[in-house]
Unconditional design. Structure first.
Length: 297
């Protein structure tokens, strides 16, 4: 199997739109069919920009959309529908990633056709960076160079877009894979992008088994370096308790010698970290793998 399991929501979207809520009209909150509070109403939404795909609605057009909000006013943890996790207050700017299979905005901003609706300020920077790369028709090496240059700016969506664009060339080239891992482990790279790059390589390796032994070892080193970074405490636990143990054990076990090949300084940092009584993230599987002499398998 060679098809990557990693999805770039940007690359997969047939339509990406930037809209603003101009006004809203809702009825009262009432018990829904499953006892969740819900209210039914309409939104007047202005199309500010079409970032990807085409619509028959012109930019600047105000479109009325029938919507249902579910879960109550304080619903923030669970998904209760497309319009229940974003603000519908007048002035709210949103970005919709949709399938593009219908030509009008009202049809696209529905549960059937829109896979993601997010506050514009949280997604627009990544979208613009990714779509600019796509518009320039860059080579793989140029994309990697741009990903390095933009490491402090691009977030998780940008990183997943980069992985999907360069994946085939990267998994077939240890040199290019190393370039991407240098970006992933670089402390200057945004934390959410680091996480996305490392997860993408890990998920691809786990499902497709496309990474060779050297690339899996390189990914493990990138994960260790990231886990050792004091600024990346948010990533540390899941790297040390889940990703690294799974990565070195399957599909073919990697010894710690293979991972730390000719990098004794990294091996020493990891073992010192693991031996620190104040460090709790190393599980038994990883402790056994590290071993007293570095020959764990």
């Amino acid at each position: 199997m060679s098809q990557t399991p990693v999805i770039s929501e940007i690359a997969a979207a047939g339509l990406i739109v930037h809209v603003r809520v101009e006004s809203r009209q809702f009825g009262p909150w009432q018990p829904g069919a499953d006892d969740l509070p819900e209210r039914i109403g309409t939104l007047d939404v202005r199309l500010l920009e079409v970032l990807q795909g085409t619509l028959t609605d012109p930019v600047g057009e105000v479109v009325r959309i029938a919507v249902v909000e579910r879960g109550g006013e304080d619903a923030v943890l669970d998904y209760y529908g497309l319009w229940s996790q974003v603000s519908t207050e007048a002035g709210s700017e949103l970005v919709g990633l949709c399938d593009g299979s219908t030509p009008n905005l009202a049809g696209q901003l529905t549960e059937e056709h829109c896979t993601s609706l997010q506050p514009a300020e949280s997604v627009l920077p990544d979208l613009r960076l990714a779509l600019e790369l796509r518009a320039r028709h860059l080579t793989v090496d140029q994309i990697l160079a741009q990903a390095g240059r933009l490491r402090a700016e691009g977030g998780a969506r940008f990183a997943r877009f980069v992985w999907v664009q360069v994946r085939q060339a990267v998994v077939s080239s240890p040199e290019r894979f190393d370039v991407l891992m240098r970006i992933a482990e670089d402390p200057a790279t945004r934390t959410d992008a680091q996480d996305a790059y490392l997860r993408a390589a890990y998920e691809d390796a786990s499902v497709t088994e496309s990474l060779d032994t050297g690339q899996r070892a390189r990914l493990a080193r990138a994960m260790f370096r990231t886990a050792l970074d004091p600024a990346q405490r948010d990533l540390r636990d899941h790297l040390l308790t889940t990703f690294l143990p799974n990565l070195v054990e399957a599909p073919d076990p990697l010894s710690s010698t293979e991972v730390f090949d000719e990098r004794p300084e990294l091996a020493e940092r990891v073992r010192t970290d693991e031996a620190d009584e104040g460090t709790s993230a190393y599980g038994e599987r990883l402790r056994q793998w590290l071993g007293p002499t570095g020959e764990g398998a």
